[in-house]
Design a protein around this ligand. Structure first.
Ligand SMILES: [Zn+2]
Length: 600
């Protein structure tokens, strides 16, 4: 009986497969002769067709864009599972591939539709998919994608029409990973928290100088990730992937910039990916991120093929390295949550060591450097019919620029709702105070701060600041949250809440209100008081005169002078310039806070 049932199933499966193969499975891109990329509706239609003939595919929505479009994702699991728990239980690792975060850069979408089709229709990669399941976002920035046209990428060689770089709110999603202002990124974080993929690929097209490589790439191996994961990327993934990309006809090079804009011979500079960027952000979450950047001047077809190969080889290496990667990730998560991690200093900002470089061979093209008689500026022109290999200095050593000691936990007062919301969005673990709590914490008191003149990503970033650290008793109201650093997402947490964190909430202006003086003293009230203060505190006159002598702006402003006296009176706002996030640094205090919590 069982045998008969099984045979019938095979027959059904066979008929089904034949039917699938008989259909025209060309993608929109292929049907166009490899020059055009499909719109949102067409892309989703093709995915639905694949879904309708394959039990291995499932699709879903992870949220809505600002204009109300569905943010779609596709799962390919060879057993048809569609939850991370089922997939992990089946022993597979999860690869997240994302396309069209910058919709004008659509190679990832076209490459992945073909890759999925090859697997669904021809079972081309069964051996890889027994080890790895795929989550694919065909179009991340859907609103930008539908701002479709032929004139969206002036530097780029195809496709014939394409989407626009930013969202409908004119935000660049690839600057939004940490601050998560856009509804699209907030939705993405939800997807990432749910799936917690083991490896992430973000597909792009780069502008910049011309060279021979169809594709460059970035991975975070400069020391900003945990040691074991860095080693795995450096020793297991990259050499194997680079070698196979070369064998497949797509030699690759790290995504670097020239020391001097457009000038290869000036040398190459590497960097640490900021957490506002995709691969920089996943690095904070202990997940390797591979940034793919095809080159804008190469034909679209070549760029799509390189992207498809890059993802396939990633699948291949993950299938071979599954156990090693899982082990490295688990160790990195455990270490980040450990006491040992808290006890070492955490680097919040890196800088490049411009005194130390290695020589590398760079496959560039001949170029000319002239002075423009139109603008008077420097003009570099490239001749890609003359490939040339340069021996160049690569500056890839990274040094810590700012470091801090992590506390046991942070406390976010209940009224700082936007900061609490960010902690939640990133899936960081916390608990809420059920009652008022007064505890000793460390606080940053700012002594100086300024902002950039022009907006960046819809915000005026902090341009410079100085602070001192002080210990004080603070009362937090019920509903305030305590966020322990003893968790796998401690790196994300530190970047959000430490003022020095690259891409911190402070840097993006989320706490600007505390830098506003809200009460003022009238001059006819303050002046007699200032005179009294000078008479009764002898040292004050000396300090006042010193300030007059050293600060010409102060000497000229009667307002600033009276405010200087106001600052020393009991009427002065004690919360002015004080960063509202508290740092619980004493273990005993943290223990006490924990003990006061109801059992969770
Ligand atoms: Zn891009």
């Amino acid at each position: 009986m069982l045998k008969k049932y099984f045979l019938a199933l095979i027959v059904v499966f066979f008929v089904f497969e034949c039917h699938a193969q008989q259909q025209d499975w060309q993608t929109y891109y292929e049907a166009s002769g490899m020059i055009a990329t499909p719109r949102y509706a067409e892309t989703m239609r093709y995915i639905e067709r694949l879904d309708s003939v394959s039990a291995a595919i499932s699709t879903g929505s992870f949220g809505k864009s600002a204009q109300g479009r569905d943010l779609r994702y596709v799962v390919y699991d060879i057993e048809g599972f569609n939850t991370p728990a089922q997939i992990r239980k089946a022993g597979r690792v999860i690869l997240l591939v994302q396309a069209c975060i910058h919709p004008g850069e659509s190679e990832g979408k076209d490459a992945m539709l073909m890759l999925l089709r090859d697997q669904v229709v021809s079972h081309a990669y069964d051996s890889l998919f027994t080890q790895v399941s795929l989550v694919f976002i065909p179009i991340f920035n859907v609103d930008g994608h539908e701002r479709f046209g032929a004139f969206n990428r002036i530097n780029q060689n195809g496709p014939v029409e394409m989407g626009w770089r930013t969202t409908a709110q004119n935000l660049n999603l690839n600057r939004d990973y940490l601050k998560a202002d856009s509804p699209e990124m907030q939705a993405w974080l939800g997807l990432f928290n749910t799936w917690n993929p083991d490896f992430f690929v973000d597909t792009h097209t780069t502008d910049g100088a011309d060279y021979q490589y169809v594709m460059t790439y970035a991975m975070e191996i400069s020391g900003n990730m945990e040691k074991g994961l860095t080693e795995w990327q450096k020793n297991a993934f990259i050499p194997s992937w680079e070698k196979r990309m070369r064998q497949a006809g797509f030699p690759v090079f790290p995504y670097v910039s020239f020391r001097q804009w457009h000038n290869p011979r000036s040398g190459l500079v590497s960097w640490v990916g900021s957490p506002m960027l995709s691969q920089g952000y996943t690095a904070l979450r202990n997940r390797p991120g591979l940034l793919l950047e095809t080159h804008m001047l190469k034909p679209y077809q070549l760029r799509v093929e390189a992207t498809k190969e890059a993802v396939l080889l990633t699948l291949k290496i993950l299938s071979e390295q599954k156990n090693q990667l899982e082990k490295a990730i688990n160790q990195a998560d455990e270490f980040t949550a450990s006491k040992a991690f808290r006890e070492q200093s955490f680097t919040t900002k890196y800088t490049i060591d411009m005194t130390d470089s290695v020589m590398v061979a760079f496959d560039g093209v001949a170029y000319k450097h002239e002075k423009s008689d139109l603008t008077g500026g420097e003009l570099f022109t490239y001749d890609n019919s003359h490939p040339e290999t340069f021996d160049l200095a690569l500056f890839d050593k990274v040094l810590p620029e700012k470091q801090i000691q992590l506390p046991e936990a942070y406390v976010i007062p209940v009224e700082w709702t936007r900061a609490i919301e960010k902690v939640k969005l990133h899936g960081i673990r916390f608990f809420e105070l059920t009652d008022t709590l007064t505890i000793p914490v460390q606080c940053y008191r700012f002594t100086n701060i300024d902002w950039k003149k022009n907006p960046y990503e819809g915000r005026h970033q902090v341009s410079k600041y100085a602070y001192t650290m002080e210990e004080k008793q603070v009362t937090y109201q019920a509903g305030s949250i305590v966020v322990p650093t003893g968790q796998a997402l401690a790196r994300v947490l530190a970047h959000l809440l430490e003022p020095d964190g690259d891409g911190s909430l402070l840097e993006w202006g989320f706490f600007d209100a505390v830098f506003e003086q809200k009460e003022y003293a009238e001059s006819y009230v303050m002046e007699p008081l200032a005179r009294q203060m000078l008479d009764s505190i002898p040292a004050l006159r000396e300090q006042f005169e010193a300030k007059l002598a050293e600060d010409p702006g102060f000497a000229k402003s009667s307002w600033a002078q009276l405010n200087w006296f106001y600052r020393l009176t009991p009427w002065w706002d004690q919360k002015y310039m004080v960063y509202p996030i508290g740092r619980i640094t004493q273990k005993a205090v943290y223990k006490e806070v924990l003990m006061k919590q109801p059992v969770r």
